[in-house]
Design a protein around this ligand. Structure first.
Ligand code: AMP
Ligand code: MG
Length: 526
């Protein structure tokens, strides 16, 4: 019997170059003047690999045989350390729901190290749900199957939608139960546990800089900023020896990539649900898939997160403004490195303008307009209004819009392809039908009845991870049936293709899912 070769090219720059917590182990503590604490995953009972990403494996230079080998599955469950790994939990703080929360850190994520990929990049691999760390506060360091399925599926789906995101290499069922009070109503119950191996260039967040700044730890702040720029923004001027202009250029880049990410969220109808500053990546990639959701009915006021049901701070329509609010927190954190308010403010102002420009381009493309002008804002905005007149499915409306014959509009009828987007036919009153057609006429005039349909189908996904779809996959997985998970995962890897035979995954949310937990609203319990 040959054993599989798992001698992998690890190169752990984060732990080699940044200040470490001198204490080891998982005892809860405040950790001053350190970027991370060394801690090892806690072993689980009986790990099974239930899903993995072939694309991610390839990018990491791992063969299918390597990923699925018993030794690797043990490593991906935290039961075995491979030579060259240097495991740790990251230290960071954050603003949660608008309030400074102090030190948070990786309470259940443990990084294994950085793999050097065949293309020469460094990718950090991190286990989410790997056991207690110094940052676990009152919680257990574990993750349940349902939230792990959601993270695995959604992060990969986002990648294939073209939205910047952390990735997932694997989903392992642990064989242990995890107790959760899913509805926060005093009824805690055991659920199957799981671990996702996440992958990203780094898991550095806005809150990574806020924490040392809040404590007046100038040297740690500078070490973190310089490390981040040196390794991840190395094309900036003086990246190896940053000065004030380097920090400003860096902040500008973070504003740009964050704007791009938010535009993509808006375009595909993604609602993150917990845009706390500890959940915003310095790379402008989507991170921390918790109580996220997808807009089905187009309602800018919708939030999937039950914890946020009253304030609705993180509702769909607020995401651009919240991103900017978070960037202001980041600007405050790195202020000591720049020591001048005005240029930071200038960059922030540019963010707002850049967002509007990018957003116009993205939404015009959804309408098949390749070269938008400022006046198109009106057309885009008025569609947002029309979509709220009746309960209208956002993905279906945009996807099917490309099938409408704009030369054959009728005042008293919704064009057949669009009918499928409406949840409640009795809402289609004469005035609603009239308003939809009025908008379609304006649209027809703008595009000369010939929108770029290929363009539309390349930005309006047919398949997104509808909230209920994730739940259907979870329900089956909980019973040990992974066929749905695997089918859904396959479908989501080609979200812009028609995929004949798979149409059921592109349909309107079924009525039973309207109020079922997990299908409409989610708690943070995960
Ligand atoms: P989130 O809102 O999921 O990003 O989590 C906020 C903070 O709570 C982070 O510091 C997490 O690491 C921590 N956290 C969430 N769930 C757990 C858990 N089960 N055990 C330990 N820490 C957790
Ligand atoms: Mg988080």
């Amino acid at each position: 019997m040959t054993t599989i070769d798992l001698d992998l090219p690890w190169d752990n720059t984060f732990t080699a170059e940044l200040p470490a917590d001198p204490v080891e182990g998982s005892a809860l503590r405040q950790v001053p003047e350190a970027a991370f604490s060394r801690v090892e995953p806690t072993a689980v009972a009986d790990p099974h690999l239930i899903a993995w990403s072939p694309e991610m494996a390839e990018l990491l230079g791992l063969s299918p045989e390597q990923v699925t080998s018993p030794e690797m599955v043990e490593a991906l469950a935290g039961n075995r350390l491979l030579p060259g790994m240097d495991t740790f939990a990251m230290n960071y703080g954050g603003h949660q729901f608008g309030n400074w929360a102090g030190q948070l850190g990786d309470g259940r994520a443990i990084a294994l190290g950085e793999l050097v990929t065949p293309d020469g990049s460094h990718q950090m691999i991190q286990l989410k749900g790997a056991g207690p760390t110094p940052y676990s506060r009152r919680a257990d360091g574990r993750a349940v199957l349902r939230s792990s399925v959601r993270e695995f599926l959604c992060s990969e789906a986002m990648h294939f939608l073209g939205v910047p995101t952390t990735r997932a290499l694997s989903l392992v069922r642990t064989g242990d139960d995890v107790v959760r009070d899913m509805f926060y109503d005093g009824n805690a119950a055991p659920e199957p546990g799981a671990i996702v191996a996440r992958v990203a260039p780094s898991f550095i967040r806005f809150g990574t800089f806020e924490l040392p700044a809040s404590r007046g730890e100038g040297a740690t702040l500078k070490a973190l900023a310089d490390y981040t720029i040196r390794h991840h923004f190395s094309d900036l001027p003086n990246a190896l020896n940053p000065d004030r202009d380097t920090y400003l250029a860096w902040f500008e880049r973070v504003c740009e990539t964050t704007a791009t990410m938010i535009v993509d969220w808006m375009r595909v109808g993604f609602v993150h649900g917990v845009m706390n500053t500890d959940n915003l990546s310095i790379h402008g990639i989507t991170i921390d898939y918790g109580p996220y959701g997808w807009l089905e009915d187009f309602d800018p006021g919708w939030t999937p997160n039950t914890t946020d049901a009253h304030m609705k701070r993180y509702q769909y329509g607020n995401q651009p403004g919240i991103a900017q609010w978070n960037l202001v927190r980041l600007a405050n954190a790195i202020y000591p490195l720049v020591d001048d308010v005005e240029p930071l403010q200038g960059v922030l102002d540019a963010f707002a303008a850049a967002f509007l420009d990018q957003n116009r381009i993205a939404f015009a493309r959804k309408l098949g307009i390749a070269e938008p002008v400022e006046a198109d804002d009106e057309l885009i905005e008025s569609l947002n209004g029309v979509l709220q007149l009746a309960e209208t499915d956002m993905p279906i409306f945009y996807r099917r819009l490309s099938e409408v014959d704009l030369t054959a509009l009728r005042e008293d009828e919704i064009p057949t392809p669009l009918l499928e987007a409406y949840y409640q036919p009795d809402q289609l009153t004469t005035s609603v039908v009239g308003a939809v057609n009025l908008w379609l006429e304006r649209y027809r005039d703008r595009v000369d009845a010939q929108p770029d349909r290929e363009l539309m189908n390349s930005v309006n996904p047919k398949y997104v991870l509808r909230n209920y779809i994730a739940q259907v996959a979870i329900d089956a997985a909980a019973e040990g049936d992974y066929a749905v998970l695997s089918e859904v995962y396959d479908v989501l890897r080609r979200p812009y293709d028609e995929q004949p035979g798979m149409e059921k995954w592109a349909e309107r949310r079924p009525e039973w899912a309207r109020t079922r937990p997990g299908c409409s609203m989610l708690s943070c319990s995960s």
